[in-house]
Design a protein around this ligand. Sequence first.
Ligand SMILES: Cc1cc2nc3c(=O)[nH]c(=O)nc-3n(C[C@H](O)[C@H](O)[C@H](O)COP(=O)(O)O)c2cc1C
Length: 167
Amino acid sequence: MNKDSKSSFITDLLIKKINEKNDSKFNSELILLSEFDIPLCNGSNHLNNKIVLDLNHKINKSDGIIIFTPIYNYNINSALKNLIEMTGNAWKEKFLAFVCIAGGEKSYMSVMSLANSLMLDHRCVIIPRFVYVTGTDFITDSKLNDNIMTRINGLVDDLIKFVKSLT
Ligand SMILES: Cc1cc2nc3c(=O)[nH]c(=O)nc-3n(C[C@H](O)[C@H](O)[C@H](O)COP(=O)(O)O)c2cc1C
């Protein structure tokens, strides 16, 4: 959501890696939540909101999703949680991978409550590779250390492998 985010270049990196490794059987699309005016979920307002219905459609028709989120208060950010509340069933049976950007290492396990809920409520398959980036992983403002780059490659490889073999 942060327009000055120091981590936004990672989304471009992910898209580039997916396009490099993909044999064009699949399309990838970046959804930046900062570009959508999504109302706060009240339990029923997802039904008649065009922006939400469009996003619902995009999520629903996807096979695999990389969730890229900052960690706020030991969780994903509220904009992403709101999107998931608004689009609930669209997440059914997706392959999901997580990339997190955080202030410190101690919130490493903080996406697990979301991962559990998506596995149990929506039968999502969570790709067992995890990219968790903190400030110390930045060599410069737009360059990450080799360990994180290896993890990003592994995550993209495995997401494509899972999607191709099981869809
Ligand atoms: C409201 C708020 C809560 C945060 N809570 C945590 C947290 O629980 N654990 C953590 O490691 N970092 C936390 N951070 C630090 C952010 O995860 C970190 O600044 C990250 O780089 C933000 O992503 P961005 O650079 O894309 O904005 C928090 C930051 C904010 C603004």
